[in-house]
Design a protein around this ligand. Structure first.
Ligand SMILES: [Zn+2]
Length: 79
């Protein structure tokens, strides 16, 4: 890891939006990368699976677009 100091801090080249779904088994708030179709989430605490309501793909695309896939969301004072 001694080479790491030779690099500038990496900038984001993409982003995902994380949604939280409450596990019906243990009530944990389970983070999932926005599912855009009906799917099963898996609780990372108790391991049970449960169906989740999907996110609207248009909304996800919109947020990624206005943030330019993360490039427009970085701290301008850090560049
Ligand atoms: Zn759980």
């Amino acid at each position: 890891m001694s080479n790491a100091k030779n690099f500038n801090p990496a900038k984001p080249v993409g982003m995902e939006i994380v949604f939280y779904y409450q596990c019906p088994y243990c009530s944990r708030k389970v983070p999932l990368i926005a599912p855009v179709e009906p799917s099963m989430g898996q609780c990372d605490a108790c391991g049970n699976q449960f169906p989740v309501v999907p996110a609207d793909e248009k909304n996800i695309r919109y947020i990624k677009t206005i943030l330019d896939n993360g490039k427009a969301a970085i701290d301008p004072n850090f560049v």
